[in-house]
Design a protein around this ligand. Structure first.
Ligand code: ASP
Ligand code: MG
Length: 414
């Protein structure tokens, strides 16, 4: 008997009908002779609803209490899914993150899973139950409830799959796989049958709607992850090691290798500029340490020398984090002495991703040329071995996707 972990996102659980539909899919997996662990998100929109509700009480809710509040969303959906399974005649039981043994650190609202004591889950599986677990939540050593950050149920699912040594983690969502680009922006976009972990990690970090931490865990423990639609039948996209597209040994001599697999877009971007700092050792640490302590992740950092021994820093944060980041940076900047601090929005990141780009020259030049021909200005450029990212005007980013999809002929990617 194989053990499978399935995860259903909020949109797949948005109302009673959808919950019934999801339950039929779960029952099918069980009836095919598998042991099934299910991880659920909160019903679509309900986490946002809870955040808004807290906002009506206070501008700065206590993060421990926020976690108590937000954890309820996933509890609602796991109980309802179990009820639906029971009406189908299935044996099933719901477990909170705590009951499922998910221990985390104390970083409220962005906690990290420290360990999983899976005895209870295994006991329930042995009794023949489908085990439905509330995603996105865990418990600290001192028994305080934590949540894992927005989209954290993916992480719960993959971590459980790794711990339970499941054959596969299936993530069901409102799209039927990973595409060469968002089909809303690039009508010629195609679904990929498979993709490498490191490519998916770059895509997830740079805009694809998946929690990057879940891919990191999958990659580390070698858990194959299937992304597929909860509404339609289809093969989906398998994230695993050994996706064969760019393996040189598999290509015939003389064939042109296509290294770009996909284009990612992230519109949740804001830029903070700290200008005219008196240059001396320690200023970068002074700015970025408090941000790290407050769990604000900083992405593209550019440092350049200004005039007369001064230096400028600009960096990007998530647009959602802009307010809190500015609150931290402003006093620090004042202390170290600078001319100005400002935050701006209206930017987006566009990235081309593909294994093997690093040892094939010309991808960056081709990308920049294509954007310039379309009259799209590039604000900042960053790269990794398998990704090139440009920061552009948010209003131009959809056009940029179309242009790059054509330039790199991604409609021909298989
Ligand atoms: N319900 C949480 C959120 O909306 C976690 C999740 O959906 O994965 O972010
Ligand atoms: Mg989600």
């Amino acid at each position: 008997m194989s053990l499978i972990v399935q995860k259903y996102g909020g949109k797949s659980l948005a109302d009673a009908d959808k919950i019934r539909q999801v339950s039929r899919r779960i029952a099918t997996a069980r009836e095919q002779g598998n042991q099934v662990v299910v991880v659920v998100s909160a019903m679509g929109g309900s986490t946002d609803g809870l955040i808004q509700l807290a906002g009506q009480i206070t501008d700065s809710p206590d993060s421990r209490e926020m976690d108590v509040l937000l954890s309820t969303g996933e509890l609602v959906s796991c109980a309802l899914v179990v009820m639906a399974l029971q009406t189908l005649g299935e044996k099933a039981i719901s477990l909170s993150g705590f009951q499922a043994g998910i221990r985390t650190d104390t970083g409220h609202r962005k906690a990290k899973i420290a360990s999983i004591a899976s005895d209870r889950v295994k006991q329930e599986l042995d009794k023949g139950n489908i085990v439905v677990i509330a995603g996105f939540q865990g418990i600290t050593d001192s028994m305080d409830i934590t949540t894992l950050g927005r989209g954290g149920s993916d992480t719960t699912a993959v971590a459980l799959a790794a711990q339970l040594e499941a054959v596969r983690c299936e993530i069901y969502t409102d799209v039927d796989g990973i595409y060469t680009a968002n089909p809303k922006f690039a009508p010629k976009a195609r679904r990929l049958n498979e993709i490498e972990y490191d490519e998916m990690l770059e895509l997830a970090s740079y805009g694809a709607k998946m929690e990057p931490r879940s891919i990191e865990i999958a990659m580390h423990y070698g858990v194959p992850v299937l992304i597929a639609s909860s509404l339609t039948e289809g093969p989906g996209t398998l994230i695993h090691r050994g996706a064969d597209m760019t393996t040189p040994s598999k290509r015939t001599v003389g064939e042109l290798r296509q290294h770009v697999r996909s284009i990612a877009v992230d519109k949740n971007v804001a830029e903070i500029a700290v200008l005219g700092i008196n240059d001396r050792p320690g200023i970068a640490a002074a700015i970025f340490e408090p941000l790290a302590e407050a769990n604000v992740s900083v992405d593209i950092i550019v440092s350049s020398s200004g005039s007369e021994g001064t230096t400028d820093f600009s960096f990007t944060v998530k647009e959602d984090d802009l307010k809190s980041a500015l609150k931290i940076v402003e006093p620090v900047a004042k202390e170290i002495g600078c001319r100005s601090v400002s935050g701006s929005t209206g930017l987006a990141k566009i990235s081309i991703v593909g294994t093997g780009m690093q040892d094939a020259p010309g991808y960056a030049a081709k990308m920049f040329r294509a954007l310039s021909k379309a009259n799209i200005n590039i604000d900042v450029i960053t790269t990794s071995e398998i990704r090139i990212t440009c920061l552009v005007d948010e209003n131009k980013v959809e056009e940029a996707v179309r242009v790059l999809h054509d330039t790199f002929e991604l409609d021909k990617v298989k």
